[in-house]
Write a protein that binds this ligand. Structure first.
Ligand code: GAR
Length: 210
């Protein structure tokens, strides 16, 4: 099974979705380490409950981003991590970190990229009057919230939605999408060509994935 390290900064509900999927021995990836840049967050407790090793690499203890990113890579590699999933990891990473994990690191973003990179995606979708919103799993490139898209899941924006009600609907889609995308990659069902993914077995794509 592909040895995955998950980077988090907080709640870790997407981490939980990955842990739940990987609890099935037939799932082609296993989570071998969870790293948080913030001490004592809920996500770390979720990992411990699942019997997965954890580490905290506190960015406040490093003098710059490069030193912090080196420490994260060292921590991941000491645990034999082959592939990285960012799951609510709220730090910008250096281009050196992105280069090191090139095509070996994915992120989940709460919008239908390339719409709404950055923060406050749900409020921005409401402000724009979007009728569809959703989430994206993508390989990480140096430009923030960009890179080859692995999968997307769309949800409707309903007339009475608030930022919170929309966030909850998108989060449900995130929890289905992230394990599906990791599975596709771990089964080597895709190859990357430029900014595009070539699906070798399109029958693997679920209804959730556009
Ligand atoms: C998720 O909605 C994720 O898409 C988002 O943060 C939340 C983390 O929740 N990520 C970003 O905004 C990345 N810039 P979780 O900790 O419960 O998985």
């Amino acid at each position: 099974r592909l040895k995955v390290g998950v980077l988090i900064s907080g709640r870790g509900s997407n981490l939980q979705a990955l842990l739940d999927a990987a609890a099935d021995p037939a799932f082609p990836a296993e989570v071998v380490l969870v790293v948080s840049n913030v001490p004592n967050v809920t996500g770390l407790a979720r990992a411990q409950k699942a019997g997965v090793a954890t580490a905290t690499v506190n960015h406040r203890e490093y003098k710059n981003r490069l030193d912090f990113d080196h420490a994260v890579t060292e921590t991941l590699e000491n645990s034999g991590v082959e592939f990285v999933c960012l799951a609510g990891f709220m730090r910008l990473v250096t281009k050196e970190f992105v280069a090191h994990w090139h095509n070996r690191m994915i992120n989940i973003h709460p919008a239908l990229l390339p719409l709404f990179p950055g923060l406050d995606t749900h409020q921005r979708a409401l402000d724009e009057g979007c009728k569809l919103h959703g989430c994206t799993v993508h390989f990480v490139r140096h430009e923030m919230d960009s890179g080859p898209i692995v999968g997307q899941a769309a949800v409707p924006v309903l007339p009475d939605d608030t930022e919170n009600s929309l966030a909850i609907r998108v989060l449900g889609a995130e929890h289905r999408l992230y394990p599906e995308c990791l599975k596709l990659i771990a089964e080597q069902k895709i190859t990357i060509s430029g900014n595009r993914l070539i699906h070798r077995h399109t029958s693997q794509i679920t209804e959730d994935m556009i």
